[in-house]
Design a binder for this molecule. Structure first.
Ligand code: PLP
Length: 430
C-alpha cells in the first residue's frame, strides 16, 4: 500500500514556523519514529482520516479520552445541546454537580471532587493539598511514571520525556525538585528503605496504579497494597494518578479494581469526553482544605466547563452500561494474543503488556515491570514497526514507551486488519 503524506509534510513545515516543533504537545511529534507527524482531518468511530485522505485504525484515541471512539452520537448530541446554551459562564452550573455526583459514586474513596482543566492541574493541585494537609514538603514518585508537567514532577518522568531522552527537565530549578524523591516502580523494598530514613518528612506518594507512561506496566501483586500500608504507617498520603486508568480499567478506576484505597485520586481524559478536563478528589476532611472552604488556593477560569461536563456525563452514561469493560478487555486481549503470535511467527522478540483496554508491545525479550526493563526495548525496531503499520493504515502511538488505547468502537474486523498488518510489520522490524 502506497500512502502519500504530501499535505501533512507541507503543513508540518508551516507549523514549524509558528509552533515549537510544529506540535502543541511533544508526544504528538514523530521524532522517535520518523520525520513529521500526520495532520488529522476528522475521526469516526475507531478511524481517523488525515489531510491527505488516508484512513487509519486509531490506537491513540487522543491518548485515552476517546473510550467510545470518535464522534460518538451521544457525546456529539450532549455537546451540541450544551453549546446551544453557551460555552462558559464562570459561575456554577448543574452539570458540575451531576458529574461530581457520578464520579464520587463510582469512586467510593472520593467524598468530594474538584474539577480542573487538565491532568497536570489535577496532580499539581493534589500535591499542594497533600502538603498542606500533612504539613510536610517531600513527595515520592516512581521513575518512568508521568504525572503532567508541573515542576516538581518532572523528575525521572515517563511519556514524552522518556521518548525524547530528557526525563528530568531543564528549566526546573534544583530548588524546586529537592523535595521530590524517586524510587523504582514495583520495588517496595526501596520504598521501605526511603520511608525508614525520611518517612516523617514525606507528604505523599504519587503513583500510577497501572503505569501507562513507560508503556504499560502493571503493579506486581502487593505493590499498591504495600504502598498503602507504608504511607499509613508514616502519616503520608497515597495519591493515585488515574488520569489514564480512571473509568478505563473499570467503572471507577484501578484503585476500585484492586481494592486499595488512596487518600486522593487524580482524573482527566475520559471524564471530559474529549474536551479539556481534569479532576482530583478524596476524603472530605482533606478536600475541605481547598479554598473557599479552607486556605489552600486553587482556581480556574474554565474549570467545570459546561461543554466538558456534558461530554463527560455522556461518556460515563455509556460506560455505566453492563458488559462494557468486559467487551473492551476481550477485544484488547485478542489483539495482545494476536500480536504475540504474529511476532513469534516473524521471529521478533517482543513482550506484550496488556491491562484492560491498554496495551504496549515492547521490542524486548524479557519481562517489563519497571523503567529499567522497559528501556531495554529496541526503539529502532519499534520505529520500523510503527512505519510499516502506518503504511498499512494502523495509527499507533509514535513512541515505544506509550500505550495503545482501544475504544468501544474498535471492531473484531479492526483487530483482524491490525493483526494482518502486524504480521508484515514485525518481519520488517527485525
Ligand atoms: N497523569 C497521567 C498518568 C498522564 O498520563 C497524564 C497525561 O498523559 C497526565 C497526568 C497529565 O495530563 P494532561 O496531559 O491532561 O495535563
Amino acid at each position: 500500500m502506497n500512502r502519500k503524506f504530501v499535505k501533512s509534510q507541507e503543513q508540518y513545515q508551516e507549523a514549524l514556523k509558528y509552533i515549537p516543533g510544529g506540535v502543541n504537545s511533544p508526544v504528538r511529534a514523530f521524532k522517535a519514529v520518523g520525520d513529521y507527524p500526520i495532520f488529522i482531518e476528522s475521526g469516526e468511530g475507531s478511524k481517523i482520516i488525515d489531510i491527505d485522505g488516508n484512513k487509519y485504525i486509531d490506537y491513540v484515541c487522543s491518548w485515552g479520552p476517546l473510550i467510545l471512539g470518535h464522534r460518538h452520537p451521544a457525546v456529539m448530541a450532549a455537546v451540541a445541546e450544551s453549546l446551544a446554551r453557551g460555552t462558559t459562564f464562570g459561575a456554577p452550573t448543574e452539570l458540575e454537580i451531576a458529574l461530581a455526583r457520578l464520579i464520587t459514586s463510582a469512586f467510593p474513596v472520593m467524598d468530594m471532587v474538584r474539577m480542573v482543566n487538565s491532568g497536570t492541574e489535577a496532580t499539581m493541585s493534589a500535591l499542594r493539598l497533600a502538603r498542606a494537609y500533612t504539613g510536610r514538603n517531600k513527595i515520592l514518585k516512581f521513575t518512568g511514571c508521568y504525572h503532567g508537567h508541573a515542576d516538581s514532577l518532572l523528575v525521572k518522568a515517563g511519556s514524552g520525556l522518556l521518548t525524547l531522552g530528557t526525563p528530568s527537565g531543564p528549566g526546573v530549578p534544583p530548588s524546586l525538585v529537592i523535595h521530590t524523591i524517586t524510587a523504582s516502580y514495583n520495588d517496595l523494598v526501596e520504598v521501605e528503605a526511603i520511608f525508614s530514613k525520611e518517612g516523617e518528612e514525606i507528604a505523599a506518594v504519587i503513583m500510577e496504579p497501572v503505569a501507562g507512561n513507560m508503556g504499560i506496566v502493571e503493579p506486581l501483586p502487593g505493590f499498591c497494597e504495600g504502598l498503602r500500608q507504608i504511607t499509613k504507617e508514616y502519616g503520608a498520603l497515597l495519591i493515585f494518578d488515574e488520569v489514564i486508568t480512571g473509568f478505563r480499567l473499570a467503572w471507577g478506576g484501578a484503585g476500585t479494581l484492586m481494592g486499595v484505597e488512596p487518600d486522593l485520586t487524580c482524573l482527566g481524559k475520559i471524564i471530559g469526553g474529549g474536551l479539556p478536563v481534569g479532576a482530583y478528589g478524596g476524603k472530605q476532611e482533606i478536600m475541605e482544605l481547598l479554598a473557599p472552604t479552607g486556605p489552600v488556593y486553587q482556581a480556574g477560569t474554565l474549570s467545570g466547563n459546561p461543554l466538558a461536563m456534558s461530554a463527560g456525563l455522556a461518556v460515563l452514561h455509556e460506560l455505566s452500561k453492563p458488559g462494557v469493560y468486559e467487551s473492551l478487555a476481550k477485544k484488547t486481549e485478542a489483539l495482545a494474543v494476536g500480536l504475540k503470535n504474529a511476532a513469534l511467527s516473524a521471529g521478533a522478540k517482543v513482550t506484550v503488556n496488556q491491562c484492560g483496554s491498554l496495551l504496549t508491545c515492547f521490542f524486548t525479550g524479557g519481562p517489563v515491570h519497571d523503567y529499567q526493563s522497559a528501556t531495554t526495548a529496541n526503539t529502532e525496531k519499534y520505529k520500523r514497526f510503527f512505519q510499516k503499520m502506518l503504511e498499512r493504515g494502523v495509527y499507533l502511538p509514535p513512541s515505544q514507551f506509550e500505550a495503545l488505547f482501544l475504544s468501544l468502537a474498535h471492531s473484531d474486523n479492526d483487530i483482524d486488519t491490525t493483526l494482518k498488518a502486524a504480521a508484515a510489520a514485525f518481519k520488517a522490524a527485525i
